[in-house]
Design a binder for this molecule. Structure first.
Ligand code: HEC
Length: 100
């Protein structure tokens, strides 16, 4: 997991968010996984549908499966799925609503 985070930072999506005032990813908090989460979810619905939720990591896991199984979302590559899941759990976790 740490490796993925470091990789993301190298790719430039981690640290570069501070100056992105023009585009705020519908208010998704900056951090590793912000872009990935946005672009994989916003294709079908507003991020509000996502950000209004507070779920455990396990439940987010199930939501992602549900999106694929029932809502015709393209399955994500395993690495990408973990990045998105980490992001959702970190910022929209059940017990971590201080992240906003
Ligand atoms: C291919 C289309 C598609 C994609 C891509 C997609 N969703 Fe959805 N999502 C839906 C549809 C359709 C609904 C509405 C389902 C319903 O309420 O019956 C939905 C609803 C939701 C809900 C609301 C559930 C509720 O209880 O109200 C959440 C949370 C959610 N999606 C999360 C995500 C996340 C996170 C991603 C990105 C990883 C994502 N979705 C990507 C189609 C998609």
């Amino acid at each position: 997991m740490r490796v993925l985070v470091a990789l993301l930072a190298l790719l430039g999506s981690g640290g570069a968010s501070a100056q992105d005032d023009a585009f705020d990813f519908e208010g998704l908090p900056p951090g590793p996984g912000q872009e990935e989460t946005y672009y994989n979810c916003v294709a079908c619905h507003s991020m509000k549908l996502v950000t209004q939720q507070r779920l455990t990591r396990e439940s987010w896991d199930e939501v992602l499966d549900w999106m694929v199984d029932e809502q015709e979302m393209e399955p994500m590559e395993p690495e990408l799925r973990i990045i998105v899941l980490d992001y959702l759990a970190a910022h929209y976790g059940w017990s971590e609503n201080a992240a906003n």
